[in-house]
Design a protein around this ligand. Structure first.
Ligand code: 5GP
Ligand code: ZN
Length: 115
């Protein structure tokens, strides 16, 4: 499978791993946009939110629970943080393997504001 994130999971590509269990993997974003910027991904290759099936419900829940634990480990739970999943071209998704961005450690501003 020619997918960068699958290669990160298999450790063929090096990354700074912050969490791993049987279903979920998390590592530091290579181009952080905030002091804490972690990507939480399913070990199963799923291209985008558009490709999720009913049977993936539990897996998506596990990704969010992992992000909660990581936020606590990085001591950003109380101040707050942002979770983001980009989907498809207009959503700005660059890597076609679902990833949940955990962004925090500074006061964050909205990327999109109403006109
Ligand atoms: P997207 O724009 O698809 O939501 O986010 C992709 C993210 O993956 C970007 O924030 C980018 O910096 C990160 N990224 C892309 N390639 C690599 C890589 O090889 N290693 C790591 N750690 N992050 C990567
Ligand atoms: Zn993949």
């Amino acid at each position: 499978m020619d997918c960068i994130f699958c290669k990160i999971i298999s450790k063929e590509i090096q990354s700074e791993i912050v969490f791993e269990d049987e279903d979920v993997f998390a590592f530091k974003d290579i181009h952080p946009i905030a002091p804490v910027h972690i990507l939480i991904i399913p070990k199963k290759h799923i291209e985008s939110i558009n490709d999720l099936k009913e049977e993936d419900t539990n897996l998506v829940g596990k990704m969010i629970i992992a992000s909660k634990k990581i936020a606590k480990d990085f001591d950003i739970s109380e101040k707050g943080y942002k979770l983001l999943i980009r989907t498809g071209e207009w959503g700005g998704q660059e890597v076609p393997h679902i990833h949940l961005h955990l962004i925090g450690g500074a006061k964050l501003y909205e990327e999109i504001r109403p006109e």
